[in-house]
Design a protein around this ligand. Structure first.
Ligand code: LLP
Length: 431
């Protein structure tokens, strides 16, 4: 199957980490997010091991928790001994609730409000990835007021264009994120930080995009940063010792996507960094990566109950399910490809072609168009694979649909890690 945690069991049912998905749907109801937490943990450890194998001492992975933020995920990150990337007060609060040591958190965002800055400092967030000069000044003022020193990384845009969906490209010069190197503004920002007596420059950050399968965009971005490190050293006599290359490693959603060999990619990036450092005469910096999708996507799947299979004569067929764009907006937003199958008939041939439609009052509420599926009817369980990233974290209550529960499966059995929202939850804040 698509990933090694998926299989078809003796009943002909889809299983994840050995757990029968049809049984899970029966026990916990649908729609249901299922997360193989052992595989999340293993991915964290894999990144940690490979990064320390291929990069300078002190190099590390930070889980980009925008891909999936809930208390359980921060517990896993802590157990695996990796850091996290957080982008909001909500993510910080969730990590804090989980008991995650926030000194290992890196706070991102192109518009941290004064309240965000204060809250992050109250919570002891370890490092701010600063995005613009106004943020630098605001952070300096708040740190000074508190009489503390704060570590910062400067987010720069390296001007790299990876081959991926335009909505998830973030490293080009014309971007809402970071400060451009090319225009000389990044150098000015470093000068500004060095003059802030309460800010300590930990390094530079860039994130070029998401769902990238090649190693060379990362290597190119690193090369641009390393040239900038040598310019900073030459012009400002400041040595930059850490580079955070962001996230973005690709994940296999369908059979058409390539297999991604993380070790091969990381070792090639490492070789290229060594070469760039030698060429520029700079010492090899610590390297951080911020994988999000590649840690959680394949660990998750979503289960729905089929409500109807409708064929429009001469046109096409629609399978309607009891969820849709509120729990998975990625097709509506990016036309993202997914693998779908009928979990209780997983052993059977895929004999029909249908569009999987959600239950919202909106024709764009589709999960996938014209996909191969087993023949299905009301009551069958439809599984959408590889939904661990950017599904729950992007979910909404559109049409007043309660968000699904999330169930963890793994060595500790099956258990709810996020409760299903109730109707009462939906009106909790209405006055
Ligand atoms: N670091 C930074 C600063 C980021 O902005 C992101 C993703 C990551 C790390 C993690 O990237 P990953 O390893 O997950 O590719 N909602 C979109 C993805 C947006 C990604 C935004 N930033 C989607 O559903 O495809």
């Amino acid at each position: 199957m698509l990933h090694k945690n998926l299989s078809v069991n003796d009943n002909g049912h889809l299983a994840i980490a050995g757990f029968d998905t049809v049984e899970l749907a029966k026990k916990y109801k649908t729609p249901l997010y299922v997360l193989d937490t052992d595989s999340v943990y293993e991915s964290c450890v894999k990144y940690k091991t490979l990064i320390s194998k291929y990069f300078a001492e002190g190099s590390k992975p930070l889980f980009a928790s925008k891909a999936l933020s809930c208390t359980e995920i921060y517990r896993i990150a802590e157990k695996a001994g990796i850091g996290i990337d957080v982008v909001s007060g909500g993510e910080i609060y969730t990590a804090k609730k989980a008991g995650f040591p926030l000194k290992n958190a890196y706070f991102h965002g192109n518009n941290k409000t004064d309240a965000d800055i204060a809250f992050a400092l109250d919570c002891g967030v370890g490092c701010f990835v600063v995005d613009n000069t106004e943020e630098i000044n605001a952070l300096q003022a708040e740190a000074e007021r508190r009489g503390i020193s704060v570590r910062v990384m400067l987010r720069v845009s390296p001007g790299i264009d990876p081959h991926t969906h335009k909505a998830v490209v973030t490293g080009s010069v014309d971007s809402k994120f970071g400060i451009a190197i090319e225009t000389g503004q990044a150098l000015e920002a470093i000068k500004l930080i060095s003059g802030c007596k309460n800010l300590l420059l930990e390094g530079l950050h860039c994130h070029i995009g998401s769902q990238i399968f090649e190693y060379d965009p990362f290597a190119e971005a690193a090369a641009v940063l390393i040239r900038f490190v040598s310019e900073v050293k030459a012009k400002l006599r400041i040595s930059v010792n850490a580079l955070n290359l962001g996230g973005g490693f690709g994940v296999r959603y369908t059979d058409e996507d390539p297999e991604f060999d993380y070790e091969a990619v990381l070792s090639k990036i490492s070789a290229s960094i060594k070469k760039s450092c030698a060429e520029c005469g700079v010492e090899e910096p610590k390297i951080y990566f911020e994988p999000g999708r590649s840690i959680v996507a394949a660990a998750g799947l979503t289960l729905y109950t089929v409500g109807s299979f409708k064929t429009i004569k001469g046109y096409k067929s629609y399978v309607s399910i009891d969820g849709g764009m509120p729990d998975n907006p990625r097709y509506a937003l990016y036309q993202s490809k997914y693998t779908c199958l009928i979990a209780n008939k997983a052993g059977e041939e895929k004999s029909v072609c249908a569009t999987v439609a959600g239950r919202c009052c909106e024709s764009g509420d589709l999960i996938q168009e014209d996909v191969k599926l087993q023949h299905c009817e009301r009551g069958d369980i439809l599984a959408v694979l590889v939904t661990g990233a950017y599904n729950y974290s992007m979910a909404s209550n559109y049409n007043r649909l309660p968000r699904p529960a999330m169930v963890a499966v793994g060595r500790e059995g099956d258990r709810v890690i996020i409760k299903r929202e109730s109707y009462e939850d939906l009106v909790r804040n209405d006055i």
